[in-house]
Write a protein that binds this ligand. Structure first.
Ligand SMILES: [Zn+2]
Length: 221
């Protein structure tokens, strides 16, 4: 009853019958209201036995201090709990419906993961730009390898170390968008900021030139 009273009335005053009815509803919704509760008549007027039992609980709750009555048949909770925040937070409108879906066909190149795997170990799974290492589980690392001259389309880059960088997801995305450019081979500029690459292997000059001319200029034009 206290839980129902808190949900239904909070700090507001209520009549005894109002709380009895809402308590009965709550009990029915939970499947705990039996046929006997309807059929057996109780000792209080025409109420069912179940409703009468709820009525009797008023005395227990008043004795325990949970319910107080400040005038005839006007009750309230002694210490209502504030409603939880989630009751007031409306979901953002953009998640009320699932996003639209579109069917696409993607052509993927099967990459030589062995080349990528051996390079990651060389860098201890750390981004060559920022040094970030992502460890989703103990001794398990997430890494991405970027092909400076892309493998697909008209680019025809090679899947070998001289065309690869070990990067975190952020810097990988920046390279995919052609945002950084090399100046010289072991330094990149992202906007106005220079970053020294950690380099334990060498990119070939033609790969760097390809990035600066075809990838960087393509996106910054
Ligand atoms: Zn990074």
């Amino acid at each position: 009853m206290v839980e129902v009273a808190n949900q239904r009335f909070g700090a507001k005053a209520f009549r005894r019958r109002e709380l009895m009815d809402t308590t009965e509803q709550a009990v029915r919704q939970r499947g705990l209201w039996t046929k006997d509760d309807d059929e057996l008549s109780g000792s209080v007027g025409t109420k069912s036995r179940g409703l009468a039992q709820i009525d009797f609980r008023f005395f227990d709750l008043k004795r325990s201090g949970a319910l107080v009555s400040d005038r005839r048949d006007r009750w309230r909770l002694a210490s209502p709990n504030p409603p939880s925040l989630s009751e007031f937070v409306q979901p953002p409108s953009d998640i009320e419906a699932p996003p639209n879906r579109a069917e696409t066909h993607v052509q993927r190149i099967v990459r030589d993961t062995n080349a990528a795997k051996s390079l990651k170990a060389l860098y201890d799974y750390k981004c060559q730009v920022c040094g970030l290492r992502i460890e989703p589980a103990s001794c398990s690392f997430y890494f991405e390898v970027h092909h400076v001259r892309p493998l697909g389309g008209e680019h025809c880059g090679l899947d070998n170390h001289s065309n690869m960088l070990v990067l975190c997801p952020n810097h990988h995305a920046m390279f995919d968008f052609g945002i950084p450019h090399f100046l010289p081979s072991e330094m990149i500029f992202i906007g106005e900021t220079s970053h020294n690459l950690t380099c334990k292997h060498n990119l070939t000059a033609d790969v760097i030139a390809y990035h600066n001319k075809q990838i960087h200029s393509e996106f910054s034009a």
